[in-house]
Design a protein around this ligand. Structure first.
Ligand SMILES: Nc1ncnc2c1ncn2[C@@H]1O[C@H](COP(=O)(O)OP(=O)(O)O)[C@@H](O)[C@H]1O
Ligand SMILES: [Mg+2]
Length: 259
């Protein structure tokens, strides 16, 4: 009997030699990583390291110059962007994606509609407004914004807006959550709310978290990758990465005293 197979953690998403060039600039240069189900994989690195580029490739927003993206063992780098979402790969953006004049509930409904690739007839036939509202409500409950559902997005706090963005991704029923700096611009207490939220969500999803807040990354990451100048420097547990002298070197002069 082979019990090993069932004990193995599932690789949800994988990159193999992934590259993105803009003319002569190698924004991402041969990055090979594995992202596991029900784990949070933190990505850190100085500005311009290629972190957002990596997320943009993983969600299909950019096409790679070279290399592969595998989802559950299938190559997906050539499929259309909306097909990434349909496969359950959802992302939040570094710049906000919220419609400020719409309610929190409406914002989540729009996120579900976008996932359908703008095919509103198909959407109508599959989901009545009632079902759509239920999906949106559940997503808001999950991030702790249930009481804000009918409030206009522009009127909730900045921290709540970032929670709303995560709810908008959750509403699309993802398996993979790609999060680009969800704690940017937050105070300590607001960040703490997001940390608690991600600690809960990582038991259910494969999460790739790009984040500047090192305390948050160290607390949350099961695996941690450091990138520098478009290249992969190292991947390991938080303590393995913190003990790596090459990481300290990469951060020298960056004003980050964390390593
Ligand atoms: N659309 C683009 N066109 C040209 N260069 C880009 C584009 N997007 C990113 N870059 C460049 O790629 C590099 C990596 O950027 P990015 O992935 O945003 O870094 P990070 O998120 O780690 O700060 C940077 O030098 C950036 O200027
Ligand atoms: Mg970025």
């Amino acid at each position: 009997m082979n019990t090993q197979v069932s004990l193995d953690i599932q690789v949800m998403l994988e990159t193999q030699g992934l590259c993105k060039y803009w003319g002569g600039l190698k924004a991402l240069d041969g990055v090979s990583l594995q992202f596991y189900d029900k784990q949070l994989h933190g990505i850190v690195g100085p500005n311009g390291a290629g972190k957002s580029t990596l997320l943009n490739l993983l969600c299909g927003h950019y096409k790679p110059t070279h290399g592969r993206i595998m989802h559950k063992g299938e190559a997906i780098e050539a499929i259309k962007p909306h097909a990434f979402a349909r496969r359950g790969i959802g992302r939040s953006f570094q710049k906000t994606n919220i419609y400020p004049g719409a309610s929190c509930l409406e914002n989540c409904c729009v996120a579900v509609q976008r996932r359908m690739g703008g095919n509103f007839n198909l959407l109508r036939s599959r989901y009545s407004q009632k079902v759509l509202d239920e999906i949106a409500s559940d997503a808001l409950d999950k991030v702790g914004l249930g009481a804000r559902r009918d409030q206009i997005a522009a009127q909730i706090s900045y921290g709540e807006q970032r929670q709303l963005e995560i709810a908008m991704v959750l509403a699309t029923a993802p398996q993979v959550l790609l999060l680009d700096e969800p704690m940017a611009g937050m105070g300590h207490e607001e960040s703490q709310l997001i940390i608690e939220l991600l600690n809960r969500l990582k038991r259910e999803y494969c999460i790739v978290l790009v984040e500047h807040d090192m305390d948050a990354v160290f607390e949350l990451s099961d695996q941690l990758t450091v990138m520098v100048d478009g290249q992969h420097l190292t991947t390991g547990t938080v303590s393995q990465v913190r003990d790596n002298p090459r990481v300290k070197e990469a951060y020298l002069g960056q004003g980050d005293e964390v390593f």
